[in-house]
Design a binder for this molecule. Structure first.
Ligand SMILES: [Zn+2]
Length: 460
């Protein structure tokens, strides 16, 4: 009966795999290996599953909003959203007869939000690894790897990603998002930046051979009019946000401050931000040195990516204006040795510089969102490793968790849908066996994942 119902709903769409995905727990793919076929599921199939009410029993609940965990809670899931959260006895009364998912010995949290990823990159610590991907891999090949990366992210408990440009793979991020939303592949909810902007000659790959034009990792744009047109083009192709490169050529000045060369004129950036906001899209600036940061903040951007050169005074401006910061600490730690050896010794110093930027941002109250730049380092590394650095740099474990839950949701403008275990929001939930407030690295060992009321992993 169930099979026939599904077949009616889904003529010819991966039915055996769907049934397999529904009926047995899904184990995580080992890093570097293809995921099992049983991971293939469909948003349309789980509609059958979603019709039912589920009751999740959480031994310990970190809801993404409160400052303390709650003991023995019940979460009633109706369809793809949470209908009720409260003490277990009350939840059970409200959802009598519902199928129970017993996580009474685990810690339940909201699905994690990663605010700076590159699905279309496989790590680029050196110029050679970057060129290998842009010059020797087709966009379809890169998109296949991107789809796999999306699946891996979900398996690690990241139920939403803000993907921060395709690095030459055009609008393949829009395609991956579409394939997830139509249920053709499994992955997190995506917000995508598409191609990103830099002016002529100010972004790799460049060559001294002026007779050839090599592929670009960005959309090259110059002048306010061209920039307005390019923003419109990206939005028409599916960009959820606009990203640009504010600076390059990072250096330390005689006072030891991290400085940079600015890419766009103020006039150009004003046009970019104005056009993006007119079309309802936030703007994210890759900005590393003080000069790039000042230029981005003058233009009125919504978020700073990397921001290693943030000072006390810049942090105060960001806090006052509510400009978010994605610190991407782990990529810095990961790529520093390779890039320093590659002829950029400044990268060797940036890790410590960022540590002091982090202290400034914490003191000033800058809203800090969890973003790793994964793709800048290989997807085989645990995304949640970043949490350890957030805590090491001065956050409490609860603060660190909020960067990837309620703060991440606010950055996406999705407070009504994501980032908390609360009635009305999507039933995007994860569980770990231990207590991440005692040991933050526990978040690298997510054992159970639900997205939109559908369980995608259960390896308890
Ligand atoms: Zn990035």
């Amino acid at each position: 009966m169930r099979t026939r119902t599904l077949a009616g709903l889904l003529p010819g769409i991966l039915l055996p795999a769907l049934l397999a995905a529904q009926q047995r727990p899904i184990s995580p793919p080992p890093p570097g290996q293809a995921a099992p076929a049983g991971l293939v599921a469909s948003d349309r199939t789980p509609a059958v599953q979603r019709a039912q009410t589920l009751l999740v029993r959480a031994g310990r609940l970190i809801d993404g909003l409160a400052d303390r965990p709650l003991a023995d809670q019940g979460i009633v899931v109706e369809g793809e959203r949470i209908a009720f959260v409260g003490p277990w006895a009350e939840a059970r009364r409200r959802a009598a007869g519902a199928r129970v998912i017993d996580l009474s010995r685990a810690t339940v949290l909201p699905g994690l939000i990663e605010s700076h990823t590159h699905l279309l990159l496989q790590g680029d610590p050196t110029a050679a690894s970057y060129e290998e991907q842009l010059l020797r891999q087709s966009t379809p090949y890169r998109a296949i790897l991107g789809a796999r990366n999306a699946q891996w992210a979900l398996q690690q408990g990241f139920t939403a990603l803000r993907d921060m440009e395709t690095e030459g793979a055009m609008y393949a991020d829009v395609d991956i998002k579409r394939a997830i939303n139509t249920g053709e592949i499994v992955g997190p909810r995506l917000w995508v930046a598409t191609r990103s902007f830099a002016p002529t000659g100010m972004y790799p790959i460049t060559t001294p051979n002026w007779e050839i034009d090599l592929p670009h990792g960005v959309q090259v744009v110059d002048g306010p009019d061209e920039i307005r047109r390019a923003v419109r083009e990206q939005v028409r192709r599916g960009a959820d946000l606009i990203k640009f490169y504010a600076d390059r050529r990072y250096f330390l000045d005689s006072a030891g401050a991290l400085r940079s060369w600015v890419n766009f004129t103020d006039e150009e950036l004003r046009a970019m931000v104005d056009e993006a906001h007119r079309l309802g899209r936030p703007v994210a600036a890759h900005a590393v040195g003080r000069d790039g940061l000042e230029s981005a903040l003058r233009a009125g951007v919504n978020s700073i990516e990397h921001g290693y050169g943030i000072t006390d005074s810049l942090a105060r401006v960001m806090a006052e204006r509510g400009v978010y910061w994605c610190p991407t600490i782990y990529v810095n730690v990961y790529v520093a040795p390779g890039r320093a050896a590659d002829g950029n010794p400044i990268y060797g110093q940036m890790v410590e510089i960022e540590r002091s930027a982090f202290a400034s941002a914490l003191r000033a109250g800058v809203p800090i969102a969890f973003g790793t730049d994964v793709g800048g380092f290989p997807w085989t590394e645990p995304i949640a490793r970043e949490f350890t650095y957030l805590v090491r740099y001065g956050m409490t474990p609860m603060q660190a968790i909020k960067t990837a839950t309620s703060v991440g949701a606010a950055l996406l403008g999705q407070q009504a849908n994501l980032g908390a275990v609360a009635a009305g929001r999507y039933a995007d939930l994860i569980a770990v066996n231990g207590d991440p407030l005692a040991e933050i690295a526990e978040l690298e060992r997510v054992v159970w994942v639900m997205k939109g009321g559908v369980v995608y992993k259960d390896s308890r």
